[in-house]
Design a protein around this ligand. Structure first.
Ligand SMILES: Cc1ncc(COP(=O)(O)O)c(C=O)c1O
Length: 429
């Protein structure tokens, strides 16, 4: 009889002993509240939590064709070590030209998703305690990386016209008085995640002017730039910048598929070179670069963007109509001009986490606003992603959230009424 000896997974290491090995910056890793399913909990039927792309819009056949062509025509180079494929650099330079920026290859860094590039920023710019300015609300996927590097985050509010640049000016002036120069300002100017709003033309001009005046880098994350539901694009900050203070970050995740993990940064060669220094894997994979470039050729990318824009606009419309039908009028909602998200503001008596508890028990989830702020705000707001769910699920999910909103608002009101009665009773002579 053969004896098989299987080693059990190494779970028994003394935790405190192991933790003493971790670098300071690795000690503070916070577990995601969304990762694991809670045992015994109602399964999530309709999630509006994440900004996932709609799988029905994945160009699978065209990607398969592009892959087969790359392997047949250039397989030896595609499958070996090598630098970033020149054809992909040309595709990104053209995308930058469409955004009003005449760039050169030395202005570009192509990486594994814009997330990778945003994660490299603190390595280049941040010492613990350095100030980084972000929007409130913002995309915490990037901002949590700045925080993990020890950045002192200052949040600037966002209204219907994007970041409140006048407030940014006040903050920059105050910091300058204290001799503090922020390392960078992180902004999502177009179809902001999570608010869906777009930085107005005059604010764009002023932001670029402030960057030059205070000598501060502006990182403009344009993940959703091409997913515009109507109208003409505004100039990107990089297009307005004459001095090289703007680092533009883009991605193929929203315009091709997230699974390719290809994004880029375009900016001053000094910044690009330093970002490159911290990429341990070297260039983008030669195979991946060739497949994406081949896919994008012959006008395919532009016609795919048109299809995506039309479909996401329709899905957004379905969500907005369902909200108008099912949500109580106390909930404030602004229609986004593009992107993946609808942002809702609840009355101050209602918290998004209480609402989530109620809808989660019925199989519907969303992102509570507190997950979109670096400074703990957002208790009375929530983000709904319309990008992933099919239309019928959007309607049924919004109906469930709407019913819970009515119920909670009603119970708050009757609670307040009851309290009022008790108070007036206790004041009776
Ligand atoms: C504003 C913003 N920036 C960056 C990213 C990351 O994109 P990528 O897939 O290129 O890493 C996302 C993803 O949701 C995003 O919403």
């Amino acid at each position: 009889m053969t004896q098989t000896s299987s080693a059990s997974a190494p779970r028994s290491t003394s935790r405190p002993l192991l933790q003493t090995l971790f670098a300071q910056r690795a000690q503070a890793v916070i577990p995601s509240p969304f990762g694991a399913e809670i045992p015994g909990a109602v399964p999530v039927v309709t999630s509006f939590t994440f900004g996932l792309a709609d799988p029905r819009l994945f160009p699978k056949a065209d990607l398969a064709r592009a892959t087969a062509e790359v392997l047949a025509e250039d397989g030896d180079n595609a499958l070996n070590y090598g630098g970033t494929f020149a054809g992909l650099i040309d595709v990104v330079l053209q995308l930058m030209r469409d955004r009003g920026v005449e760039a050169q290859p030395e202005n570009l860094l192509i990486g594994y998703g814009s997330g990778q590039i945003l994660g490299l920023l603190p390595q280049v710019f941040v010492e613990p305690g350095d100030v980084v300015i972000v929007e409130g609300p913002t995309f915490m996927g990037a901002v949590s990386r700045f925080a993990a590097a020890g950045a002192r985050l200052i949040s600037i509010p966002v209204d219907g016209e994007g970041m409140v640049v006048d407030r940014l000016e006040e903050v920059l002036r105050d910091l300058a008085r204290q001799g503090i120069r922020p390392r960078f300002v992180y902004t999502i100017p177009t179809f902001q995640n999570p608010k869906g709003c777009t930085l107005s033309g005059p604010r764009r001009q002023k932001l670029v002017q402030l960057a030059a005046e205070y000598g501060v880098v502006v990182v403009e994350d344009e993940a959703y730039y091409d997913l515009r539901f109507a109208g003409d694009p505004l100039p990107s900050l990089a297009a307005l910048d004459r001095e090289g203070w703007v680092l533009h970050v883009g991605t193929f995740s929203k315009i091709v598929v997230p699974g390719v993990r290809v994004g880029w940064a375009c900016g001053h060669p000094e910044i690009i070179r330093r970002l490159e220094m911290f990429r341990s894997e070297g260039s983008l994979g030669p195979f991946l670069g060739r497949v994406v470039a081949r896919y994008c050729g012959e006008g395919r990318l532009q016609s795919h963007i048109q299809l995506l824009t039309r479909r996401y606009r329709e899905k957004c419309q379905v969500m907005l109509e369902a909200i108008a039908q099912y949500f109580p009028p106390e909930v404030k909602v602004e229609a986004p001009g593009g992107g993946f998200f609808v942002w809702c503001e609840l009355p101050p008596s209602l918290s998004a986490s209480t609402l989530l508890q109620a809808t989660r028990a019925l199989g519907v989830t969303f992102l509570p606003g507190t997950h979109c702020f670096a400074d703990g705000q957002g208790e009375h707001a929530l983000r709904l992603a319309f990008s992933y769910q099919p239309e019928e699920r959007i309607v049924s999910g919004i109906q469930i959230i709407g019913e819970q909103l009515h119920r909670l608002i009603h119970s708050c009101a009757s609670g307040a009424e009851q309290q009022g009665k008790e108070l007036s009773k206790s004041m009776d002579p």
